[in-house]
Design a protein around this ligand. Structure first.
Ligand SMILES: Nc1nc2c(c(=O)[nH]1)N[C@H]1C(S)=C(S)[C@@H](COP(=O)(O)O)O[C@H]1N2
Ligand SMILES: [Mo]
Length: 442
């Protein structure tokens, strides 16, 4: 299922390349050790994956005695013409349907502002949008990492707590995945997104830390595990992975995570997690669990398939057990134009686009209209912030009809610039290379 390799260490694309990532790697080793000692819970995680983790923890000896029987599952991309299970309208001029998901067409964002309207926001559903009655909905906080017992919160309870608002994007870790195939000649498994598996919204809700504090978090707590109320996820080969859920280190949970009940000033739409979703600013989209129903607070490290077999980097540039679980998204740019757009010659066009980074504010965007021979600096239209995007524009006066290649290359305040090539990983996560955007001058 997952390709493994022999290379000694992670490349710079690995999340272990930043300080947060180094903490994650250490955390992962500790989890592996605790799992071996019988202290970690790993419901639904394939035995093979756990063996890799344990090997990574440098303690293979105990592995053979573990009573885990699940086969290594596989998830494959589905494409089609309808998106069963998505509630909102998906007009063809705004969305490309990919299996149970809907990708936003970047050109459809041209008329929208800084915040992505819900009517244009991409949808990534493992199964289908559930219809939830907010009156009977409860958030259950439970687990051995609490000082007292289990606690339940109604939506009204959450709304009575101090609220917080912030703008942040939600972006799928696989956004841009199709360019591993079309631009780098090496496919990756998963939904073949172009660049539209991202949306940027204003979220309002209550800090997760506020709720956890009220529930009483013990000094031993290390992980929290939010689970969605959507159906259990069954892979193409028939393995039931259970509810969509992904452990979050307590340190992040207590930092800037929001339990959001509003998106752009309105109640969350059904497809985006109504009545409440987790919102983890800057992190891979899977962390932002929609339709959250319960959150386990654990004094032992937790695993789910979403931090073992998915959302790590696998491949020859990475260790056999994969990179540390992915945390932050990366750096990207997109033109608000269709691929292969026709552009009129001998007219001045105002090319527009957006660039975004999870690690720092965008500081500059360079655009080339001649396949990378010459570059000029685009004009930034927003005050850049981390974990949101920045709109930009640059004029272009094409003279000669024929094919042309547009490039946009962003740099962020940490000094990172989009590279020419992204190191390959089997599941095609965190594509950050400059996209070669073909157009036709006519
Ligand atoms: N419960 C639940 N939460 C979920 C998912 C899901 O299928 N079920 N998909 C995740 C993934 S992979 C992404 S990229 C984001 C997408 O959020 P959106 O559909 O609101 O754009 O939600 C995440 N949260
Ligand atoms: Mo995702």
């Amino acid at each position: 299922m997952i390709s493994t390799g022999t290379s000694a260490g992670p490349s710079e694309e690995n999340s272990a390349g930043n300080s947060e990532g180094i903490l994650e790697a250490e955390y992962d080793r500790r989890r592996g050790a605790q799992w071996l000692a019988g202290q970690a819970r790993a419901d639904g995680v394939a035995r093979r994956d756990m063996l890799r983790l344990v090997a990574a923890a440098g303690a293979l000896a105990g592995a053979a005695t573990l009573p885990m029987t699940l086969a290594a599952p596989r998830a494959r991309a589905a494409t089609g013409t309808a998106a069963p299970g998505i509630v909102k309208p998906l007009p063809a001029d705004r969305f490309t349907i990919r299996g149970t998901n809907a990708e936003t067409k970047f050109e459809a964002l041209a008329g929208t502002g800084f915040h992505t309207p819900a009517s244009h926001f991409f949808v990534r559903n493992h199964t289908a949008t559930p219809r939830i009655d907010a009156k009977t909905w409860r958030l259950r906080i439970w687990g051995d990492g609490l000082t007292g017992g289990e606690r339940e919160f109604t939506l009204a309870d959450l709304k009575r707590l101090p609220s917080t608002s912030r703008t942040a994007f939600v972006e799928c870790a696989g956004n841009g995945r199709s360019f591993f195939t079309t631009q780098q000649g090496r496919p990756a498994s998963g939904t073949a997104w172009t660049l539209g598996a991202i949306g940027n919204a204003r979220w309002r809700g209550v800090r997760l830390s506020e709720v956890l504090r009220r529930a009483g978090v013990s000094r031993d707590a290390v992980d929290v595990l939010p689970s969605g109320l959507d159906a259990e996820y069954v892979t193409d080969d028939g393995t039931n992975l259970g509810r969509v859920r992904r452990p979050l280190p307590l340190s992040k949970a207590l930092d800037d995570v929001i339990l959001a009940y509003e998106m752009n000033g309105a109640p969350l739409p059904a497809d985006h997690g109504y009545p409440v979703r987790v919102l983890v600013p800057g992190w891979v989209g899977i962390a932002s669990i929609k339709w959250v129903g319960d959150i386990e607070v654990a004094s032992t490290p937790l695993y789910s398939p979403w931090n073992t077999q998915f959302y790590r980097l696998f491949g020859e540039a990475y260790p056999p057990e994969g990179s540390a679980p992915l945390t932050r998204q990366t750096l990207k740019s997109a033109f608000e134009l269709p691929l292969n757009a026709s552009i009129e010659a001998s007219t001045t066009h105002h090319l527009t686009g957006r660039s975004w980074s999870a690690t720092g504010a965008i500081t500059r965007v360079d655009v080339s209209t001649d396949a990378g021979t010459t570059w000029r600096r685009a004009h930034l239209k927003d005050t850049p912030h981390r974990a949101t995007w920045t709109r930009w524009t640059t004029p272009w006066h094409p003279r000669t009809p024929g094919p042309a290649t547009l490039l946009a290359r962003a740099t962020d305040s940490t000094g990172r610039t989009q590279p020419e090539v992204t190191v390959h990983n089997a599941q095609g996560y965190l594509f950050d290379a400059v996209v070669r955007h073909a157009v036709k001058v006519v």
